[in-house]
Design a protein around this ligand. Structure first.
Ligand code: ADP
Length: 371
């Protein structure tokens, strides 16, 4: 059998001017470009492999985070329920308080890892909804007051009068960035004050958010590293203050996704100012139902909770009943459909992965029911 090899060549054709009839009229030259082709193909294969590996890493982190978060919600949820029990003796209250705090810290780390891997994989889509910058900043500040007040730190909020009442952007992600910076400011400030400020930049009209503190400060040679993942100024910071070193890397990722920039001015002992600028177009006040952050009125409702894990069933039921709702529990999709057939519910809270019929199938079937 004849073995045929394929060879990649690149050809150039040139016409010979004034060639007599019967003589060659065209000269063709060929060059072996197999090496180049092989190289290009190897590069393409390497790119596909790398993309697959990156996707696998993201998927792995996402499912690990989910697996860790589910039991962790049990730990935090039950600790919170115990803390709400007035009869809990003082010493036990302190222990449970520590369980809740440690659980909360672990949850932050898990959320940070998941967020960071999503940003790296380009898996975050920004919302574009109307929101009020003043309300956003007030809300972030009031969340952090729970940490600043016990330390005796003042927490000031100032908005320039030029800041529009309403702008369009992603308020949840902006709140996440602000909370990160505010939490750091409170964490690294033993005494004095923390201030949040929002201004409109004279040039270009971007909004500039800044969070200043009178805390320990950061040496200039460290500034470049701060926004890299897993970076903390030194090992003693981790021992003393905890943290994953991912917060600022996430802030940078999110700010850049919004087309903005982030930076720091700081000196050791002289406090720090972390700032970011983003372009958020002003817009008219939205209709009531479109605006973000409007608290929903709570009225007692009849709820169906569909969840297969007993610890989650008990926890969710306890939390919902504490808010005055009536709760029925179904252990899988088929039981949920039974229950919905038997009586009307205001709301069905449906788990997704369950043995037997999963939540997505059950939801489709419930939606297809009449009425
Ligand atoms: P972490 O979760 O460890 O706080 P961050 O990425 O938010 O991670 O911060 C990285 C490091 O930057 C911190 O560990 C700390 O060393 C330093 N840092 C951040 N904010 C401040 C601040 N306001 N004052 C002093 N140091 C800060």
């Amino acid at each position: 059998m004849v073995k045929r090899d394929r060879v990649w060549v690149e050809g150039a054709f040139r016409r010979i001017p004034g060639a007599a009839p019967g003589e060659p009229a065209i000269i063709a030259t060929f060059r072996d470009v197999g090496e180049r082709q092989r190289h290009a193909r190897a590069l393409e294969e390497a790119r596909i492999t790398a993309e697959r590996a990156s996707q696998a890493k993201t998927d792995f982190l996402a499912s690990m985070s989910h697996e860790i978060r589910t039991p962790l919600n049990g730990v935090i949820g039950y600790a919170d329920l115990l803390l709400a029990d007035r009869t809990l003796p003082g010493r036990h209250r302190r222990y449970v308080d520590r369980i809740a705090a440690a659980g909360g810290a672990l949850l932050t780390v898990v959320d940070d890892i998941l967020d960071f891997s999503r940003i790296e994989a380009g898996g975050i889509a920004l919302a574009e909804v109307p929101f009020a910058p003043a309300a956003l900043v007030d809300n972030a500040a009031s969340i952090v007051r729970g940490l600043s007040e016990p330390k005796g730190l003042a927490l000031d909020v100032a908005l320039d009068s030029a800041v529009p009442d309403w702008v369009r952007g992603d308020p949840d992600r902006l709140r996440q960035i602000l909370l990160n910076l505010l939490n750091n400011a409170v964490k690294f400030t033993p005494a004095g004050r923390v201030a949040v400020r929002v201004e409109v930049e004279a040039e270009g009209g971007a909004l500039r958010f800044s969070v200043s503190d009178t805390g320990i400060g950061i040496a200039p040679e460290q500034h470049g590293r701060l926004f890299q993942r897993f970076s903390q100024v030194d090992g003693s910071i981790r021992r003393q203050y905890g943290g994953s070193g991912l917060g600022l890397a996430i802030c940078k990722g999110l700010v850049e996704l919004m087309g903005g920039a982030i930076g720091v001015d700081s000196r050791p002992g002289a406090g720090s100012t972390f700032w970011f600028r983003v372009r958020l177009p002003a817009c008219p006040a939205p209709a009531a139902e479109e605006a973000e952050g409007r608290p929903a009125p709570v009225r007692p409702a009849r709820l169906l909770l569909v969840e297969d894990v007993p610890i989650n069933q008990d926890l969710a039921r306890a939390v919902l009943e504490a808010d005055g709702h009536g709760v029925d529990v179904a252990g899988d999709g088929a039981a949920a459909i039974e229950a919905v057939r038997a009586r009307p519910y205001d709301l069905v809270l449906m788990d997704v992965q369950m043995p037997g019929m999963d939540g997505i199938t059950a939801t489709k079937m419930i939606r297809a029911m009449p009425g």
